[in-house]
Design a protein around this ligand. Structure first.
Ligand code: HEC
Ligand code: HEC
Length: 315
């Protein structure tokens, strides 16, 4: 009996932290980042100089006023070129096990070449970028100060990635609840969280980022793509990386952190509201027709995942 009680206590309350043992952990702010690198990276992230014709910056698509995304169904890049995928948030992206919808980049370092060189994104080359930064006296001075060197591929990459690692969004209502402030969530939000767990959303959207740690097929319980007129390459998901039939329509499960700020949803931006997205998830990922009440409560819970927006704009 005593043992059982100790076990129960151990399961639900970790004595070291006082944090209830829930399947999701709160966001923590990284403390090991060099602030001068973070600030140089912030400047680069906001500077259109990184694009071929100086027209578009990382922040054009990853806007901090839009939850680190762009509010569009599909991203629009240089010369107004349309991409085939929706822009995910850069917030908390350091927590993802891989980067991109199809997980083709193992790290943020590796991810960076995607947007810099993408013909429909910034369409630039390292040679152009390095040349332009080396001709800019302010950048020359800053790189000298921070890296004791001229701008080069390594230090430019390091600065931008260090900035990206700083983009944590702590202190959402839900995280405060996890840290023991039971009333940070109201009754409906707590009930929404309970249903999120009970229905099994948590099987895929889990861990500190409430997603971002596994691949799953979109349409486990029914083919959501079958009634589409046209499939894009983007719809194939991880298949584009592995060419395996079983990876068709398989995507990195997206993080649900700050999801209230990043509509529209899904890899193709096809759901315009949280409620739409939750309904589709119920049907195609869990094989359930969620009631209007379920959808409302779960959506309320999802809106409690909005954390503090990190500092964004350098200019
Ligand atoms: C034209 C809009 C656009 C620009 C400019 C852009 N991105 Fe993105 N970003 C996207 C899209 C779209 C994706 C998803 C692409 C994919 O999955 O293939 C993405 C994905 C990412 C991801 C992965 C997030 C995740 O959860 O997988 C990171 C990190 C990122 N971008 C950082 C950057 C940085 C840094 C820059 C500037 C060098 C940048 N982006 C410029 C649109 C853009
Ligand atoms: C079997 C795994 C799985 C389950 C279960 C699951 N999801 Fe998802 N979820 C995904 C995948 C994969 C995507 C990305 C789909 C896409 O865009 O192609 C996604 C996307 C989402 C999105 C859109 C996020 C964005 O930024 O675009 C929301 C919101 C969401 N899920 C909520 C839920 C809720 C609520 C439940 C439970 C009712 C749930 N999910 C159950 C795998 C799952």
């Amino acid at each position: 009996m005593r043992l059982a009680m100790i076990l129960v206590a151990h399961l639900f309350l970790s004595p070291a932290t006082g944090i209830t043992s829930e399947p999701i952990e709160p966001i923590v702010i990284p403390t090991d980042l060099n602030p001068t690198k973070v600030s140089l990276g912030r400047r680069l992230f906001n500077d259109p100089i990184l694009s071929a014709n100086n027209s578009i910056s990382c922040a054009s698509c990853h806007d901090f006023k839009r939850g680190g995304a762009d509010g569009k169904s599909l991203a629009i890049g240089i010369h107004g070129r349309k991409n085939e995928l929706n822009t995910p948030s850069v917030f908390n992206s350091a927590l993802n096990f891989k980067q991109f919808w199809d997980g083709r980049a193992e790290s943020l370092e590796e991810q960076l070449d995607g947007p810099l060189h993408g013909e429909n994104e910034m369409a630039s080359t390292w040679v152009q970028i390095i040349q332009k930064l080396q001709q800019d006296p302010a950048y020359l001075a800053e790189f000298k100060k921070v890296y004791s060197s001229q701008p080069n591929e390594n230090n430019i990459r390091n600065a931008i990635v260090t900035f990206e690692r700083s983009l944590a969004t702590p202190d959402s209502k839900f995280d405060r609840f996890l840290r023991g402030e039971t009333h940070a969530l109201d009754g409906q939000e707590r009930e929404g969280y309970r249903r999120f767990k009970d229905y099994g959303c948590i099987a895929c959207h889990q861990g500190r980022n409430i997603g971002g740690n596994m691949f799953q097929v979109f349409g486990v319980m029914g083919n959501i793509f079958s009634d589409r007129k046209k499939l894009t390459r983007g719809d194939l998901g991880r298949f584009n990386v592995t060419q395996k039939e079983s990876d068709k329509h398989r995507f990195k499960v997206p993080s649900l952190r700050n999801v209230a700020l990043t509509a529209p949803y899904f890899h193709d931006g096809s759901a315009s509201t949280i409620e739409d997205a939750v309904k589709i998830m119920g049907k195609y990922q869990l094989g359930r027709d969620l009631s209007a009440k379920d959808i409302e409560l779960i959506s309320r819970f999802l809106r409690s995942l909005t954390g503090k927006t990190p500092e964004g704009n350098a200019r």
